[in-house]
Design a protein around this ligand. Structure first.
Ligand code: FMN
Length: 317
């Protein structure tokens, strides 16, 4: 396996402080070459790139963006633009090109940061200034800027423990989480406890026993699980799907009334407790509810009550 690209992806971070050193034409051309290797729908390649070194333009844009004074310190700005008429996916296409450019910067020992996005309030005046100063035609949209230079700051590379979030990965269907073994859960929980104490995450083995003992003594952390409720086509049953990864079936405490349900379930090996409650739109028959827990998902199907079932005849005087 060639790991060079993977390493560049791990190392790539947003750089906002630059050395007073120009970026050579050759390096810039490589950035743009890589940008243009990006995928685009139907290979329409709707992008345009404006290479800006002019200090006056950089100053004006930096002023316009207020908080982004670091732009002034970047020796090079690349304004990324597109013609929306070329493709309805222009925004996605140029985003892929920008990401390629950021990785190409990393690979060449340069630092870069993606700045601005259309549709945000602070971007509109910047786009207007760029349009004016760089003679950009009406039919062209400026999507973002990429500030580039030699880095004058060190930012730690991305780290799997900190950034790879298994709860965002669903296998085969929503809510099916995998790979959350006991050690991961403990580690995740310890990070949470340390975060609450305001400590930076420590190295993995450090004070694990002690931390776990403290965690045990702490109050339970209540977490609201995802709950999805839907009615069948004939409006006869209500189905609830509740995402409860990592719990023991027998530890699920589910209670239901005609008009609501409440649930609690501890997540194994942690102090996390899932809690959920919901009021129903119409009364149900809880005594006929069926609940099945499988692959981290609790599915409850309950029939609606016939609305006239308990109707009382009122004598009319
Ligand atoms: C669409 C988009 C717009 C962004 N705009 C800005 C911006 O205006 N200013 C800025 O400092 N960073 C901006 N960023 C960079 C993000 O802040 C940065 O990527 C994020 O915090 C993650 O950090 P990392 O790039 O070091 O991994 C933007 C990123 C994206 C994808």
């Amino acid at each position: 396996m060639d790991t060079a690209v993977l390493d560049a992806m791990r190392r790539r971070r947003s750089i906002r402080k630059f050395k007073d050193q120009d970026v050579g034409d050759e390096a810039v051309e490589t950035l743009l070459e890589m940008a243009m290797y990006a995928p685009s729908r139907l290979n329409k390649r709707p992008w345009h790139f404006l290479v800006v070194r002019n200090p006056e333009v950089r100053r004006r844009i930096a002023r316009e963006l207020h908080v982004h004074s670091f732009l002034e310190g970047a020796p090079l700005l690349i304004a990324v633009a597109a013609k929306p008429e070329v493709s309805p996916t222009w925004l996605m296409d140029v985003s892929a090109a920008i990401q390629n450019m950021l990785l190409a910067a990393e690979a060449q020992g340069l630092g870069a940061v993606w700045v601005g996005a259309p549709g945000t309030a602070e971007w509109e005046p910047v786009e207007t200034v760029l349009r004016e100063m760089l003679a950009i035609p009406e039919e062209v949209r400026v999507v973002s800027l990429v500030a580039v230079g030699y880095p004058a700051q060190e930012v730690a590379p991305h780290d799997k423990d900190l950034h790879f979030d298994r709860t965002r990965v669903h296998y085969e269907r929503w809510g099916n989480l995998r790979g959350l073994d006991m050690q991961d859960l403990q580690e995740e929980y310890l990070q949470h406890v340390r975060g609450k104490r305001g400590e930076a995450p420590k190295s993995v083995a450090l004070e694990k026993e002690e931390d776990l003992a403290m965690a045990e003594a702490e109050e339970k952390i209540r977490v609201a699980p995802e709950v999805c409720a839907f009615v069948d086509d004939d409006h006869l049953t209500l189905t609830l799907e509740i995402s409860l990864p990592g719990v023991e079936k027998d530890s699920i405490n589910l209670r239901m009334h005609a008009d609501s349900f409440a649930l609690s379930a501890p997540r194994q090996g942690t102090n996390i407790e899932y809690v959920a409650a919901m009021a129903f739109c119409c009364p149900v028959k809880p005594e006929e509810a069926e609940a099945v827990y499988e692959n981290g998902l609790l599915r409850v199907v309950v029939p609606f009550k016939d609305l006239m079932e308990d109707a009382v005849k009122i004598p009319v005087k």
